[in-house]
Design a protein around this ligand. Structure first.
Ligand code: G6P
Length: 609
């Protein structure tokens, strides 16, 4: 949700910033811009509507040169995508600022500043920050003190990067509610919304805490101050995933690469967490041994695809661990009065660990009397991880495609581990064969991915359609929801998911030859009921696409296409049945020619409410 990158280096920073923006483009891509201070201390700025490539073309015509600069790729919140609304924003020639997040009190601040004669040239909330800073500089403050003073008056969420001709070579950063990391180079220093943006220049990072302000200066000087203005030390962490994560390799899209990484990342998520006797509880943090036996209920809160993972987990937790479980989208949860029974574990699920609503829900939950909070998250050092009592890291590695794939299946893997850990500490036994099946999960995933050609052949039937209906039952209803979400996100086909039993209560009215119906039909106890639902679709001329267990007696024929999946332990089926739905959406999107990795209007990390 907007990406920031900034650099203070002993060389021209334009290339570093541009490469950083390309790597951050998944966060927003409706416009981009850059500001650099040249050796004479003059501020140069270039901005362009559209993707980073448009800015690159502008810079090729008219390059910037200098040793310090800031850059931004935007996902519009206040004001339409346009060059005037693109960052960096300036206050005259006094300074330039890039911002990620939302300034909630910007209207009041804008009125006040207009009253003082400041002229606004954009519709953004960010521009107030530029003028507020200019006011502080005119009052004689240095850039660091100006940012500290202004930060105190801003409501909402922000990460900021600021440069000014008044202090050549200095970049100030600040974070409150939006992610910002410091990249530690050799006599160079950087800022970015995500370490990925800087892997071409460093693998060492400092994750700023809420309220921190940082001053980068020539020679790689880094000084950090906490919300009270006290100088603080923060640990430097080495980024472990390597730079390969930021490239597509031989794949046409990041999404396809990430789909095919699933066997490896599921194996990494399981690694070290399965002992001879079952799931190792200490994998959830040292306090889990003491806390887990006390858990009597579970509340799960998440957004988007992560929410769908939570919905699957409800079936597992209730069935295998016997724990009553509620699952809710974070943006709803945080705005209602929640009744929390004693000994309830609060679980957040998030790929990024920075989703604003999920973070706010965690903070809200802290005052609600939960036993403890557990984050299942893909980003070590993220806000969610730092603010939770317990953490289970998924090992998906960086996910670049906006539509989440490997993050989802590793979340499911982690949630199954959680279910089995809770069951184990409470004296239960894992269902027969499940631990062994879990060990074989990466291999089972590989076998399903090998069906790609067949799945691709299904895609043609969707390219001209405007709607699609996904059906599932039990734990596969959330998988149908996730399948529908994938299809709408990247192919822009309107898709809905229903628990198959609800078909006759409304959606059946929509079924005709123009409405493909996709059904997830593993060989579980609901199969016979699902088959009847499918008959109802066929009887109305609906075209059926069924993903079914190889042992299911279900014949393909006119209007019915069947893809057989290998037989698998019932508990693992939701993970395996996700895969063909990911591939189906991918191939439909490719046929339709949409922007698979960066679908319109969306962003990977939603750090605004
Ligand atoms: C955005 C992304 C989704 C993601 C959701 C939650 O909407 O486009 O792919 O599922 O945010 O993100 P999180 O990082 O909290 O899992």
């Amino acid at each position: 949700m907007c990406g920031i990158v900034a650099a203070v280096a002993g060389r021209n920073v334009q290339g570093i910033l541009l490469e950083g923006l390309k790597r951050l483009e998944y966060r927003g891509y409706d416009s981009a811009g850059m500001a650099v201070l040249d050796s004479a201390g003059t501020l140069g700025r270039r901005r362009a509507l559209g993707k980073v490539a448009a800015l690159e073309a502008r810079l090729a015509e008219s390059p910037l040169g200098g040793h310090s600069g800031i850059a931004h790729t935007r996902w519009a919140t206040h004001g339409k995508p346009s060059e005037a609304n693109a960052h960096p924003h300036q206050s005259g020639d006094d300074l330039a600022v890039v911002h990620n997040g939302i300034i909630e009190n910007f209207e009041a601040l804008r009125r006040e500043l207009r009253g003082e004669g400041f002229v606004f040239t954009s519709e953004t909330d960010t521009e107030v920050v530029a003028h507020l800073l200019a006011r502080q500089l005119r009052d004689g403050k240095d850039l660091l003190a100006a940012v500290q003073a202004v930060a105190g008056g801003l409501d909402g969420a922000y990460a900021l990067g600021v440069i000014s001709p008044s202090e050549p070579g200095v970049v100030i950063g600040a974070r409150q509610g939006s992610p910002l990391v410091v990249g530690v180079g050799i006599e160079e220093a950087f800022l970015a919304s995500d370490p990925l943006a800087l892997l071409q220049v460093t693998d060492r990072f400092i994750y700023l805490e809420e309220g921190d302000v940082v001053r980068l200066a020539p020679g790689g000087e880094i000084a950090i101050f906490d919300a009270r203005g006290q100088a603080v030390e923060r640990p430097v962490r080495v980024f472990e995933h390597g730079d390969g994560a930021a490239s597509k390799g031989d794949y046409r899209h990041f999404m396809l690469k990430e789909i095919h990484e699933q066997p490896a990342v599921i194996a990494a998520t399981l690694e070290g967490r399965l002992g001879a006797e079952g799931v190792l509880v200490n994998g959830f943090g040292s306090e889990a041994q003491a806390l887990f036996p006390q858990v009597r209920q579970v509340h799960i809160v998440a957004c988007g695809t992560s929410y769908h993972a939570g919905l699957v987990a409800r079936y597992w937790l209730e069935r295998y661990a016997g724990l009553p479980t509620q699952v809710e989208v974070a943006s709803e949860y945080r705005y209602r009065r929640v009744v929390v029974p004693e000994n309830t574990l609060f679980v957040t699920l998030s790929q990024s660990g920075e989703t604003a609503d999920t973070l706010a829900a965690l903070r809200f939950a802290k005052d609600n009397g939960y036993l403890a909070s557990l984050a299942i998250c893909n980003v070590p050092g993220s806000s969610l991880v730092r603010e939770s009592d317990l953490t289970l890291l998924t090992q998906a590695g960086p996910e670049i495609g906006v539509a989440s794939t490997k993050a989802f299946t590793t979340q499911l893997t982690a949630l199954l581990l959680l279910t089995l850990a809770l069951q184990r500490v409470q004296g239960g036994e894992a269902p027969a064969g499940l631990i062994e099946a879990l060990r074989g999960l990466p291999e089972a995933v590989t076998r399903v991915l090998a069906l790609d050609d067949e799945i691709e052949s299904f895609a043609e039937a969707f390219a001209e359609k405007h709607h699609a209906l996904f059906l599932g039952r039990g734990a596969h209803y959330p998988i149908a929801l996730e399948g529908a979400l994938k299809l709408k996100e990247i192919s822009y086909i309107h898709a809905e998911a229903y628990p198959a039993g609800e078909l006759k209560h409304g959606p059946l009215a929509l079924v005709d030859s123009e409405m493909p119906v996709i059904s997830v039909a593993p060989n579980d106890e609901l199969l016979d009921k699902l088959k009847s639902n499918l008959q109802e679709v066929r009887a109305r001329g609906g075209e059926l696409f069924v993903f079914a267990d190889e042992s299911v007696a279900l014949e393909a024929g006119e209007g019915v296409r069947v893809l057989r999946l290998p037989a698998v332990h019932e508990a693992l089926a939701p993970i395996l049945y996700t895969l063909p739905l990911q591939l189906l959406s991918y191939h439909v999107a490719v046929l339709k020619g949409t922007d698979v990795d960066q679908p319109r209007n969306l962003a990977k990390s939603v750090t605004v409410e």
